[in-house]
Design a protein around this ligand. Structure first.
Ligand code: F0G
Length: 359
């Protein structure tokens, strides 16, 4: 019998770990790469695959970096870890801290993270504090606290995080047998695009691939510092996961774009919600709104005639739809969707469905 053993054990020889290092894992990684013909048709390209990171243990790609960061922290004797978060990092930090026998402190922007994510951090007894400020304020505080107090920083400015997250690029190659021409994803604090760049470069240096995929990072229009070319003071978007104005991995993301011939883009909240619904209704993959941003950016580029002629595309969908399910229960005019109530007889159900009895 074989069970996926988590990214550190699966990619041990490609990660900076030794046999003596403790490994804190919840079995993260090994997520499905799902063919999405409906999206390939929409974009008019040969193939599109979705890397469904919502299938990680806490429901987002953050688990890949948290297994490495928390394991390293444990190896250094840390008793507590700290992270700033728009929600997913807080859920992952809290869960992996429990698994490693540590305490997690998480700082989140007050009132601006989804209930699903808040419930995870609370469930895993994270010390969760709502900061009167945005994510950028939270990250500033987390950095300052980790410099002056006995709490270990596990945000993606910690290079151990990117080491874990780069394994997603390895998995894409392992699943396809080649690297896609273009790989798109949502862009927030810019850790993830930097990690994919690192992973694909290692695949190239090892001779597994000959060319790096063009890396596309897509932001929400109200929180698009990479489009503006400088930080945004008051980021706003319904895609709370990427409501970030001052990305920490700025230089690494610029390098990822330049080195791969990639691009940055931005989409409106309406375009994000349209793609969120398209993915649910046409591909069967349920994601949180922020996670629809990568695909939304490609569709926007396609409509503007700016999508490069490519054959294969991978889109990372970063978090599970159950993280932030409220959006699925609204129609395209923002009205609440309420499933009809029926009496408990087959005849009344059939009548509501408009079904005619078999002859
Ligand atoms: N998608 C989701 C669902 C996220 O939670 C994040 C970031 C991103 C995309 C963007 O990734 O920051 O590496 O560019 N969430 C962080 C958090 C900020 O605190 O959970 P990035």
């Amino acid at each position: 019998a074989h069970q996926w053993r988590g990214v550190i054990r699966e990619y041990f020889d490609r990660l900076p770990f030794t046999q003596d290092d403790p490994i804190v894992t919840l079995g993260e990684g090994g997520t499905p790469l799902i063919a999405a013909p409906a999206l390939a048709k929409l974009l008019d390209v040969g193939s599109v695959h979705l890397k469904y990171e919502g299938m990680n243990p806490t429901g987002s790609f953050k688990d890949r970096g948290m297994t490495t960061a928390v394991s390293k922290a444990k190896g250094k004797g840390a008793r507590a870890v700290i992270a700033a978060s728009t929600g997913n990092t807080s859920a992952a930090a809290a869960a992996y801290a429990v698994a490693g026998g540590m305490q997690a402190v998480v700082l989140v922007p007050a009132g601006k993270i989804s209930w699903g994510k808040l419930s995870q951090a609370v469930a895993h007894k994270g010390q969760i504090l709502q900061v009167r400020g945005n994510f950028d304020d939270c990250l500033r505080l987390a950095r300052e606290l980790s410099e002056n107090y006995p709490v270990f920083l596990v945000n993606s400015v910690n290079p151990d995080r990117l080491q874990g997250q780069k394994t997603a690029a390895f998995e894409v190659f392992d699943a396809l047998g080649f690297a896609p021409d273009l790989h798109a994803m949502p862009l927030g604090n810019a850790g993830n695009i930097s990690a994919y760049h690192l992973g694909y470069r290692e695949d190239r240096d090892a001779g597994r691939i000959s060319k790096l995929p063009m890396l596309y990072g897509i932001q929400a229009e109200g929180a698009a510092p990479f489009m503006k070319g400088s930080p945004v003071a008051k980021p706003e978007t319904i895609a709370t996961a990427i409501r970030i104005g001052n990305p920490a991995s700025w230089d690494l993301a610029q390098e990822a774009k330049r080195d791969t011939g990639g691009a940055f883009g931005a989409v409106s909240d309406r375009e994000i919600l349209w793609m969120h619904r398209f993915l649910s209704q046409e591909t069967g993959v349920f994601v949180e709104p922020s996670s629809a941003t990568g695909a939304a950016g490609l569709y926007k580029a396609k409509l503007k005639g700016e999508l490069p002629k490519v054959d294969s595309i991978v889109v990372t969908v970063t978090g599970h739809g159950l993280k932030d399910p409220d959006w699925a229960l609204k129609d395209d005019r923002g009205r609440q969707i309420k499933p009809k109530k029926v009496s408990a007889t087959a005849a009344s159900v059939a009548e509501v469905l408009g079904l005619e009895r078999n002859k």
